[in-house]
Ligand binder design. Structure first.
Ligand code: GAR
Length: 193
């Protein structure tokens, strides 16, 4: 049986797209569901393009009901992937999926993590501090922002003259290259348990 992935995303979903592309040809795993809190998120269009079902939810449903847990259970989800999703994950999901919820963050955690640190804000802070390197982190999710055990990091050099657009480009290159492979590696490990 193929392992089944659910992806939470709130925005464009370029990472979700790379993950769907990667596993479309796989016999080992598939993206079974896209979830979003944002009814206007472009990730919904991407899900349609790949014929992956999607679910839109609001804060109340996420934090005050077990509906999303039931949905993940019913679809036999093995791994939950946060790809540009900005809300803390509630305890009911953390308990049901121990070490099975992962997140990608656009910096070398623990630097530039925590509440309010997402997307462009991270790059702006890295540039403002004149860092000479930055990168990406893939980590397990816990009850705090950007805090769980680190699974993977990769770095890039911040060159003089790099602006916000260049930072976004460099981060995205690394994310798109590594995230699908890291997910594949995790799923393989889960198999042998
Ligand atoms: C990614 O760069 C991801 O690292 C970041 O949001 C972007 C989503 O892009 N996540 C965070 O900042 C979480 N704190 P995408 O919608 O194109 O995949």
């Amino acid at each position: 049986m193929k392992k089944r992935i659910a992806i939470f995303a709130s925005g464009s979903g370029s990472n979700a797209q790379k993950i769907m592309e990667h596993f479309k040809k796989s016999n080992e795993a598939e993206v079974a569901l896209i979830l979003t809190n944002n009814p206007y998120a472009y990730v919904l269009q991407r899900a349609d393009n790949f014929e992956v079902p999607s679910h839109i939810f609001d804060k109340k449903e996420f934090y005050e009901t077990n509906k999303i847990l039931a949905l993940l259970n019913n679809l036999n989800i093995d791994l939950v992937v946060l790809a540009g999703f900005l809300w803390l994950v509630p305890l009911n999901l953390l308990k049901a999926y121990p070490n099975k919820i992962i997140n990608i963050h656009p910096s070398l955690l623990p630097k530039y993590g925590g509440k309010g640190m997402y997307g462009e804000r991270v790059h702006e802070a890295v540039l403002a501090n004149k860092e000479t390197e930055s990168g990406i982190t893939i980590h397990f999710v816990n009850e705090n922002f950007d805090d769980g055990e680190i699974i993977h990091q990769s770095k890039f050099r911040v060159d003089k003259g790099d602006d916000l657009e260049m930072m976004k480009f460099k981060v995205q290159q690394l994310e798109h290259t590594h995230f699908p492979k890291v997910i594949e590696g995790l799923l393989k490990k889960m198999k042998s348990i």
